[in-house]
Design a protein around this ligand. Structure first.
Ligand SMILES: Cc1cc2nc3c(=O)[nH]c(=O)nc-3n(C[C@H](O)[C@H](O)[C@H](O)COP(=O)(O)OP(=O)(O)OC[C@H]3O[C@@H](n4cnc5c(N)ncnc54)[C@H](O)[C@@H]3O)c2cc1C
Length: 416
């Protein structure tokens, strides 16, 4: 930037970009310092041989209120997953549809042996309760583990094992369902009220759209902030920069290092991508590991959701394994292929490995109590602010809200 900025933001993920957008709207001069070679943080998309590879399986829940306020969904050309899921158990694919949003869905749900009759009644009751609860009310409820919450509602163990366990693990990356029941209810409400979608050109379009509202020269890439002292930062290059306010918008572990707080625990995930000649499943629906055997927790034929994710005549397959395994890519790939052959047959031998991502810090761990209060303070000390999903909750919504809250605090303190 030509003039020295009033505010330095450390990190160009969703939170840092959202903070910048609110500062830009208020006419405040700022610069975002980003260590990586691109913006987006955990929400990035790579191009590989004409395929679009999101860095880990991820979706935008269109009901997120902050995303609705911030993003132009039409310009993102969102492509929706079909609501519901397939679950592999008993040696076959079992489909659970959303009866409200699937033609003939009620008949299918009532006839299916996927879940007991009471499970189906309880899921509808849960949906109705969440529809009538505000997000604020959900985050004010007593916080227990999702496992405990599902038990209290009365879902059968089998239904939890075959549906909720792998479905929620695909989102919260915790197969033990030890995360906050508040997050479970919040995300289930969002799924009930909107779609799970990806932009036609990949999840990376979300941060790109936010960044398009920022002044052209307001983001500096390859600028790793090594240290923070009062309102001055030192870059890896040795350069020192000072501003009236510093907003640390780094991920939880690296933010903790910069501001001297305790590091949050991490949930991690590994994602493998394959090119296929034919989609193994013709439906744009997530597929879950409902029998618990094998490394793969969830699977999606991404090009069935968004055909732009694969070149013409090809299909893109995404496979998620919880944690960052100690195995080599070849070893883990071997286990994945063996499991996928059980699900989809010998055609899996023709899949071509494209790339894999091991993401040690995909989300901060959100155990019961971690979200108390639901919005943690963004003012750390005079002139220093903190935002990121670890300040609110681990989602695109949480990151956006935290960025806005940090910007509002900065603006108030700068008297703007
Ligand atoms: C695989 C995966 C799947 C997910 N699925 C979903 C989903 O389906 N739906 C959903 O809503 N959310 C999902 N999430 C969570 C969501 O992506 C995150 O909560 C959100 O993107 C966090 O944004 P952030 O800005 O807080 O942090 P980040 O995206 O981590 O951004 C922080 C930025 O700070 C930079 N940085 C860090 N340290 C420094 C430093 N010292 N100097 C300069 N720059 C620095 C980093 O390079 C990074 O760009 C998923 C996350 C992952 C990884």
């Amino acid at each position: 930037m030509s003039t020295s900025p009033d505010v330095l933001i450390v990190g160009a993920g969703i939170a840092g970009l959202s903070c910048g957008r609110h500062l830009a709207d208020a006419g405040v001069c700022f610069e975002i310092l980003e260590a990586a070679d691109g913006i987006g943080g955990r929400v990035r998309t790579d191009q590989c041989e004409g395929f679009l590879l999101d860095r880990g399986f991820q979706v935008l829940l269109t009901a997120y209120p902050e995303a609705q306020r911030t993003l132009d969904y039409h310009a993102l050309e969102l492509r929706n997953f079909s609501p519901g899921a397939f679950s592999w158990f008993a040696g076959r694919m079992n489909r659970l549809v959303d009866p409200w949003r699937t033609p003939g869905g009620w008949r299918e749900v009532l006839r299916s042996d996927f879940g007991t009759f009471l499970d189906k009644v309880r899921i509808e009751r849960l949906r109705a309760r969440l529809r009538h609860s505000s997000i604020g009310e959900i985050f004010a409820r007593p916080d227990v583990s999702a496992r405990q919450a599902l038990k209290t509602i009365g879902f059968s163990d089998e239904f939890v094992h075959r549906f909720f366990r792998p479905f929620l693990a695909a989102i919260f990356l915790d197969g033990d369902l030890g995360f906050s029941s508040r997050m479970f209810e919040f995300v289930f409400k969002m799924m009930t009220e909107g779609d799970a979608a990806v932009p036609a050109r990949g999840m990376g379009e979300i941060p790109a759209q936010i960044a398009s509202h920022l002044p052209a020269d307001s983001i500096r890439l390859g600028a790793h902030v090594e240290a923070l002292h009062e309102t001055e930062v030192r870059l890896g290059s040795g350069e020192q920069l000072r501003a009236r306010a510093i907003v640390v918008a780094a991920d939880g572990p690296r933010a903790a290092h910069l501001v001297g707080e305790a590091e949050p625990a991490s949930r991690s995930v590994t994602c493998f991508y394959y090119a296929a000649d034919e989609p193994p499943l013709p439906h744009p629906m997530i597929v879950l590991n409902g029998d618990g055997a094998g490394p793969v927790n969830n699977f999606a034929a991404m090009s069935q959701v968004a055909p732009t994710y694969a070149p013409p005549g090809k299909s893109l397959v995404s496979v998620s394994v919880l944690g960052t395994q100690q195995l080599t890519v070849q070893q883990l790939g071997g286990f994945i292929t063996a499991q996928m052959k059980q699900w989809f047959g010998p055609v899996v031998s023709s899949w071509r490995y494209l790339k894999s991502y091991r993401i040690p810090h995909a989300q901060p761990q959100q155990s019961p109590g971690a979200l108390e209060p639901p919005e943690r303070p963004v003012r750390i000390r005079p002139g220093v602010y903190l935002c990121g999903d670890h300040r609110d909750n681990a989602s695109i919504q949480g990151a956006m809200v935290s960025g806005r809250r940090a910007a509002e605090a900065v603006l108030a303190d700068l008297g703007r």
